[in-house]
Design a binder for this molecule. Structure first.
Ligand code: PHB
Length: 394
């Protein structure tokens, strides 16, 4: 080969390498990866499913590209309340999968375990459920689009005091959100002149409700305030409540809306009709945004599972990520995305929400609802509201 020929071949090879390097980095720059750390198996398996279905509904409705970037969601299963697994999965997502955002987190212990990973990696961590007040203080990269237990509990205590309930026995799950709910109920109810006559803490794992329910019955309070993590535990608790005859003994029940989670409400059946709860989302919420959400959820995921508050948080979390990327012009820099989240307003299916720029926690309306039969199905029908509620724990 002549010198000119060799030079031409070399030039071709060099430009081919340049093009290869350019296109491979360019294509990875086009993708935004979201690592979804959730509970996808075990007794809390619906948590991950609902959050994922909500995200999926948003992406089907709005497309999978924003600000020129294609969005990819990578799912990881914590298998339940398993902080060590959650932390390992988050570390793998950051180092191996190179995700830009961490999201999900149904259970508080999993969220708490991952907070230092988000801080070290400088990656936004979008909380789609875990509701213990303190979580957002554990990393400047955390933003919460779900709720806090004190935020949903305080209105229930105030409503109960205003509606003639004078003494209450509190029953809560024995970990972060339960202890937060108990403290918030206590504070708001006694401030309104009510009295707390007793309290029990129920284990998070494999609870047997019968002895706790009996203890409450023997104490003969006017009412019970209840927090249990959403899902199957509510079904088992209501069964014990009915079997031990607490309603017949005249003991009223008020709770946070976790117990009448839309995903299991139908399975709880008649014992929950009339139950009063406080919460930020009901599938029966009457608004154009909720109608659009319910349709998008069914179109994307089918109708087997009715969307609940975790699905809405998945949907809103995705809306927040899209809006933040739009604001940064597609930049995935963690600090730029966090700045974009602060003060963000979203027209959520639950009503308008704002991300508090100081605390990165959600500000929203809390509704008082009653379980009623609507068109043959059981629904949480909203009848009173407390607008613009911040987390009172902060
Ligand atoms: C939580 O672990 O923070 C949690 C789980 C389920 C709920 C609420 C809070 O319904």
């Amino acid at each position: 080969m002549t010198t000119v020929g060799i030079k031409t071949v070399l030039r071709f090879l060099v430009s081919a390498v340049v093009v290869f390097v350019w296109t491979s980095t360019a294509s990875s720059q086009e993708d935004v990866k979201i690592g979804l750390v959730g509970e996808f198996s075990g007794p809390f398996a619906d948590y991950g499913q609902q959050m994922f279905n909500g995200m999926n509904a948003y992406m089907k409705q709005h497309g999978d590209t924003i600000a020129g970037k294609k969005i990819e969601v990578i799912r990881k299963d914590t298998t339940g309340p398993a902080p060590d697994i959650a932390k390992r999965l988050a570390q793998e997502l950051v180092t191996r999968d190179k995700v830009d955002v961490l999201a999900g987190f149904g259970l508080t212990p999993n969220a708490l375990a991952v907070a230092p990973v988000a801080t070290e990696a400088r990656k936004p961590m979008v909380i789609m459920n875990a509701a213990t007040s303190i979580i957002t203080t554990k990393s400047p990269y955390i933003v919460r689009v779900s709720m806090t237990l004190p935020q949903v509990t305080q209105p229930m205590a105030q409503w109960a005091a205003r509606n003639g309930i004078k003494n209450v026995y509190t029953v809560v799950s024995d970990y972060g959100p339960g202890l937060d709910a108990e403290a918030a109920f206590n504070k708001a109810f006694t401030a309104a002149g009510g009295q707390i006559t007793g309290s029990v803490h129920i284990p998070l794992k494999n609870p047997d409700f019968a002895p706790f329910v009996q203890r409450v019955k023997d104490a003969k309070p006017e009412a019970v305030f209840l927090f249990l993590p959403a899902g199957e535990q509510g079904i088992a608790f209501m069964k014990a409540y009915k079997e031990r005859g607490l309603a017949e003994a005249g003991i009223r029940l008020v709770a946070t809306g976790d117990i009448t989670d839309d995903g299991v409400l139908e399975a709880m059946g008649d014992p929950v009709v009339g139950l009063i709860t406080s919460f930020h989302y009901s599938a029966a919420h009457d608004s154009p945004e909720n109608k659009a959400f319910l349709k998008a959820y069914a179109d994307a995921n089918g109708t087997k599972l009715r969307p609940n508050f975790m699905a809405v948080a998945g949907y809103d979390g995705m809306a927040a990520i899209y809006a933040a990327l739009k604001k940064t012009n597609g930049s995935t820099d963690g600090d730029a995305l966090m700045a974009a989240f602060k003060g963000m307003r979203i027209a959520s299916p639950r009503g308008p929400i704002t991300i508090d720029p100081e605390t990165r926690d959600v500000i929203q309306t809390i509704y008082i609802r009653k379980v009623e039969k609507v068109n043959g199905g059981l629904y949480n029908v909203e009848f009173d509201k407390f607008p613009e509620q911040k987390d009172p724990g902060k």
